[in-house]
Design a protein around this ligand. Structure first.
Ligand SMILES: C[S@@+](CC[C@H](N)C(=O)[O-])C[C@H]1O[C@@H](n2cnc3c(N)ncnc32)[C@H](O)[C@@H]1O
Length: 362
């Protein structure tokens, strides 16, 4: 079921609106998940000692976040090997994302990365490859990968869930995501797509993992209280612009943001259905959207709202540009920044991230 999704990727390059320059919030989340990575690697090494450790980062996107994943994994494995008195392995890393992803920007960071690695480890102990394709389908040979890592990508669905559901789409007219006024059918259709996608993801990874191999996955989820999401805010803004006559109704008709934030129960149900894997641990981390943005002073709120808005733009601009011109997109993110500022004045902007460790049953 590999589909080409030319508009689903983050902003490439190293410019002001690029993902490479607007992904520090995702980086914070990756750092918060490090303890589960440590625990998973320790468990993996208890049962096996690969001479070549094959690791794939799924949905790696553009920039240095994926290199942080690589160096974290190398460091954790080295520490584990020292503790267990074993020789460290050679590493083979595969960077995966969709075909439209700007892999070149990341590849250009590799010479520096290898040089730094050489300062404290042998360079020829780490080989980095690129594997383009959808993680909702097979990417690697059977029984070939020791560890999968995926951060901030699995809430993206394989396609617009309302595509081909004319009746349901018409119930959500004027919106491009689930909003508080959306009828239950819209939510159900998103959920169905999520279940289908995540099931296929787990089945594919399970076939690709060596017995006893593991995955560390983290993505956005819905936990306890309703929280605002970027997708909902963009939907409300586009609806306002539609009512103000700034965009045509036809443009919104077949445009839906393909993201679903599942509940813990929904995630667990899909994992339980895939009998070849076992959920070792699932943690929910609640974080402020501006966490880690240490900007103080009189203008701090404005600057934080601008940074949050640029982060959202880096993730959503390619998708929006499928339907809307640059002028509309600029206006969307001016309004997005204002909305964030308003919300910050009266309450908190938080999201829930699910961090999971899953193993393939031996
Ligand atoms: C927000 S970025 C996360 C990047 C990085 N892992 C991080 O945490 O900073 C999500 C990435 O997932 C990728 N993605 C979404 N659906 C995908 C799919 N079906 N297969 C592979 N990558 C996908 C997107 O293209 C995007 O680059």
């Amino acid at each position: 079921m590999e589909r080409d999704q030319p508009f689903l990727h983050m902003n490439g390059g190293k410019g002001e609106m690029s993902y490479a320059n607007n992904s520090s919030i995702q980086r914070q989340m990756m750092l918060k998940a490090k303890f589960i990575l440590e625990e998973t690697i320790t468990r993996l090494y208890r049962d096996s000692s690969p001479t070549c450790m094959k690791v794939a980062d799924l949905g790696c996107s553009v920039g240095s976040n994926t290199l942080l994943v690589i160096s974290n994994i190398i460091n954790i494995v080295h520490t584990t090997c020292t503790l267990l008195n074993r020789d460290p392995p050679t590493f083979q890393f595969y960077l995966n994302d969709l075909f439209g992803n700007d892999f070149n920007t990341t590849i250009k960071l590799l010479p520096d990365f290898y040089t730094k690695l050489l300062q404290y480890k042998e360079h020829d102990s780490c080989f980095i490859n690129v594997t383009p394709g959808s993680f909702y389908g097979r990417l690697f040979p059977s029984n070939s990968i020791n560890l999968f890592h995926s951060s901030n990508g699995l809430h993206w669905l394989s396609q617009d869930p309302l595509l081909g559901c004319k009746d349901v789409a018409s119930l959500n007219k004027g919106h491009c995501h689930i909003v508080s006024t959306s009828p239950p059918e819209v939510h159900k259709t998103y959920l169905k797509q999520y279940q289908q996608d995540f099931k296929l993801f787990l089945k594919s990874r399970s076939e690709e993992l060596v017995p006893g191999g593991a995955m560390v996955l983290m993505h956005l989820g819905y936990h306890e209280t309703p929280r605002r999401t970027s997708w909902e805010i963009v939907s409300l803004i586009l609806n306002d612009m539609l009512l103000e006559g700034l965009i045509e109704e036809a443009k919104l008709e077949w445009f839906n943001i393909p993201v679903y934030e599942p509940t813990v129960e929904e995630v667990k149900n899909v994992i339980e259905e895939e009998e070849s894997v076992f959920l070792e641990r699932l943690e929910v981390v609640i974080s402020g959207w501006d966490e880690g943005l240490n900007i103080e002073g009189g203008d701090g709120e404005n600057v934080r709202a601008e940074i949050i808005s640029k982060h959202a733009r880096a993730a959503l601009e390619p998708l929006l540009s499928e339907k809307f011109d640059a002028e509309v997109i600029n206006e969307v993110f001016v309004r997005f920044q204002n909305k964030i500022l308003q919300i910050m004045k009266v309450g908190k902007l938080e999201s829930a991230t699910f961090i999971m460790s899953i193993t393939k049953k031996a």
